[in-house]
Write a new protein. Structure first.
Length: 78
């Protein structure tokens, strides 16, 4: 928030990213995918997003999670 400067938005800059990052860690999302995970999470929570863009994000995120689950099923300890 300091880097972005004033005004600070605690919800956008802190309250939403922290739970999303914790969920990513719990799900075993690779660190290099955290930005993608965060971006998709934010977009799916954005009620002002056009329906088509929300649908496309949901499909892309769903495909990512499906792939992640497949990788975890094959190598659960990684």
């Amino acid at each position: 928030m300091v880097i972005k400067g004033s005004p600070a938005d605690l919800v956008t800059d802190f309250a939403l990213p922290v739970p999303s990052r914790v969920i990513a860690v719990l799900l075993g999302v690779p660190y290099e995918d955290h930005a993608f995970f965060q971006q998709c999470s934010n977009m799916l929570l954005d009620m002002s997003l056009p329906a088509e863009q929300a649908r496309a994000t949901s499909e892309r995120f769903g495909a990512y999670l499906h792939e992640l689950i497949g990788k975890k099923a094959n190598r659960p300890c990684r």
